[in-house]
Design a protein around this ligand. Structure first.
Ligand SMILES: [Mg+2]
Length: 376
């Protein structure tokens, strides 16, 4: 096979695993909200959806108690009742679910400026520019889960991986209240034992087709030569083959709407201890000076400002704030960083080991904008 032919099958870009994506899915969302509002419902099998009087309609969400009977979303209510005659049915308070959903999305926004809402109970966060590795991503995810629980008394399951699909699959393998991380080198170990139907788009029919070639798990498919898969199952088969290998098959345009990989950042590790916040601020301020200088040289404007703080026990916090429009103001960076710092006021500055400041969501200033900046 020539190199030119090989390119038909996959590109190098599909095999880069340098993004860190977090996927969050609330556990049994509607049912969980009902249980929170009415604790008596906590231990009974419960479904939201359908008409409790006529016993018609379908299950919209059910709690984990109901799932024990084999009930699942999308199941006709009368079938659910056959499986569990003492099932509690609720029509649903959709206005309340909406409010809760909005509140949770607001929390998520705080953790990364690059986010994609996928439904009322699920969203993706691009953490690539927010954390420096998977350990930091784990710390962030734990904080995020705590934050959601503290605010809305709801649990969620989180998956973190180099692509959106992997992150989603990861979250599905440990529910409820799970946190599963799949690092680039762990993709094969993670995917291979999973049933092929875990891949979005692989339903009963496709599974049956695959089973004729003794393909039951993702590992079974991954082992197949891609040329053969392409021959037998066409484009769709090849795409599935790529997905079980964790390749990033997404077109760039549907990745993240506002994703922008460029950033300018500066971190300082302190070997000296600063006893007061005034002394600490002098250090942070000079970090900002460096960033601003680099931004000016590159003729950039920014939208997002991130503060990172690590304490001597290695607890790390990342806090970001996005402005509504692109900006070149030096003052804004200082004001935002100061505001983000307020959260740590009750901690001792001498316990701080590292401080980092970053501006991201950068855009080149074109000439017309440059003239504007000169005016102000
Ligand atoms: Mg959910």
């Amino acid at each position: 096979m020539t190199l030119a032919n090989q390119e038909v099958y996959f590109s190098e870009k599909e095999q880069t695993f340098d993004s860190i994506i977090l996927y969050m899915d609330l556990d049994a969302f509607f049912a969980a909200v009902e249980m929170r509002e009415n604790p008596e419902l906590s231990d009974v099998p419960l479904v939201v959806g359908g008409n409790p009087k006529t016993k018609q309609g379908v299950v919209s969400t059910c709690n984990y108690e109901a799932r024990k009977y084999g009930i699942h979303s999308g199941m006709p209510i009368n079938q659910a009742l056959q499986l569990c005659p003492h099932l509690t049915m609720i029509r649903g308070s959709f206005k309340l679910y909406n409010e809760v959903s909005k509140s949770i999305m607001k929390i998520l926004e705080y953790y990364s400026p690059t986010m994609k809402v996928a439904g009322n109970d699920e969203a993706y966060l691009d953490l690539t520019e927010v954390v420096s590795d998977y350990e930091e991503a784990r710390t962030l995810a734990v904080e995020l889960k705590d934050d959601i629980y503290a605010t809305e008394r709801l649990t969620c399951s989180i998956g973190i991986a180099p692509t959106k699909i992997l992150a989603k699959i990861a979250s599905e393998t440990d529910k409820p209240d799970g946190l599963v991380i799949v690092k680039p080198l762990e993709i094969a170990d993670f995917m291979n034992p999973l049933k092929i139907t875990i891949i979005p788009g692989v339903g009963k029919k496709s599974a049956e087709l695959f089973s004729k070639d003794k393909i039951f798990t993702c590992g079974d498919l991954a082992k197949f030569p891609y040329q053969l898969i392409h021959q037998k199952f066409g484009k769709y088969g090849l795409k599935t083959w790529k997905l079980v290998r964790g390749y990033n098959t997404e077109k760039t345009e549907d990745k993240f709407l506002n994703s922008e990989r460029k950033s300018i950042s500066e971190e300082r590790t302190f070997f000296e201890r600063y006893k007061t916040w005034e002394e600490m601020w002098i250090q942070i301020d000079s970090t900002i000076d460096t960033i601003i200088a680099r931004m000016k040289v590159k003729h950039m404007s920014y939208k997002t400002i991130t503060l990172k703080i690590r304490f001597k026990n290695f607890e790390t916090y990342t806090r970001a704030h996005s402005l509504s429009s692109y900006n070149t103001s030096e003052k804004h960076v200082r004001t935002v960083v100061q505001k983000l710092l307020e959260e740590f006021e009750n901690k001792k500055p001498e316990d701080i080991r590292l401080v980092g400041v970053k501006i991201s969501n950068l855009r080149k200033i074109d000439n017309s904008q440059k003239t504007l900046t000169q005016f102000f």
